[in-house]
Design a protein around this ligand. Structure first.
Ligand code: PRP
Ligand code: URA
Length: 216
């Protein structure tokens, strides 16, 4: 297990999570199963991410006419997916947060250089007033995530209101993002060994976007 910066949360490596990760890492897993089991992990990530949002005291009265001193979420949220692979995480967020607003940032890695290029962004107009759940299943070199975070900051989002939800991370990507940004949080399901010479995560699971959206 790697020593992680304090702003990186790795989901507990339970038997269940290990089994789900094993299925999606397997090169023989077909697209239907890849989608189903990735969605299971995405749900766990969203649930954990929501645990890191602040709450305020909230008193209610139960049907037994008893006062209950509870809590309610503080502040507004939205999701922002890094297209294309991050779009796979939108439904998991919607399943937990009804009618949540979702912004999009289209960033693609160059196949040869692995450098990210920003093509497009469309974000909720009041995003500077929201907590942002940034969605991308793969954190490899960190280039795409850093570019997406720059876009969010340029729209007035506060760094400490960004929660980056991620399925598989390379230590190189974690280091690149956390060296630059110390106030945001990263929630990941796995920290892998590293990157290969093509900047793919090892052991990883291959190209997430292809496996989720286009492969047979
Ligand atoms: C993948 C992935 C991340 C990025 C991670 O996207 O979804 O966005 O690579 O790599 P990095 O940390 O080295 O930047 P890709 O650009 O391949 O596009 P896709 O979502 O269409 O698959
Ligand atoms: N993008 C992916 O989909 N997989 C990797 O391993 C790295 C970047």
């Amino acid at each position: 297990m790697h020593d992680l910066p304090s702003n990186v949360i790795c989901l507990p490596q339970t038997n269940q999570l290990e089994a789900l990760l094993t299925i999606i890492r397997d090169k023989n897993t077909n697209r239907g199963d890849f989608i189903f089991y990735s969605n299971r992990i995405i749900r766990l990530l969203v649930e954990e991410g929501l645990n890191h949002l602040p709450v305020v005291e909230k008193a209610i009265v139960t049907p037994t006419s008893t006062k209950y001193e509870g809590v309610g979420f503080k502040g507004k949220i939205c999701g922002v997916s890094i297209m294309r692979a991050g779009e796979s995480m939108e439904q998991g967020l919607r399943d937990c947060c009804r009618s949540v607003r979702i912004g999009k940032i289209l960033i693609q890695r160059d196949e040869e250089t692995a450098l990210p290029k920003l093509y497009y962004s469309k974000l909720p107009p009041d995003i500077d007033d929201r907590y942002v759940l940034l969605l991308d299943p793969m954190l490899a070199t960190g280039g795409s995530a850093i570019k997406a975070i720059e876009v969010l900051l340029s729209h007035g989002v506060k760094e400490n209101k960004i929660l980056f939800l991620n399925l598989v991370a390379a230590p190189e990507g974690i280091e690149a993002v956390t060296k630059k940004y110390t106030e945001l949080k990263i929630v990941t399901a796995s920290v892998d060994k590293g990157l290969n010479d093509k900047k793919y995560i090892i052991p990883g699971l291959g190209d997430f976007g292809d496996r989720y959206f286009t492969l047979p």
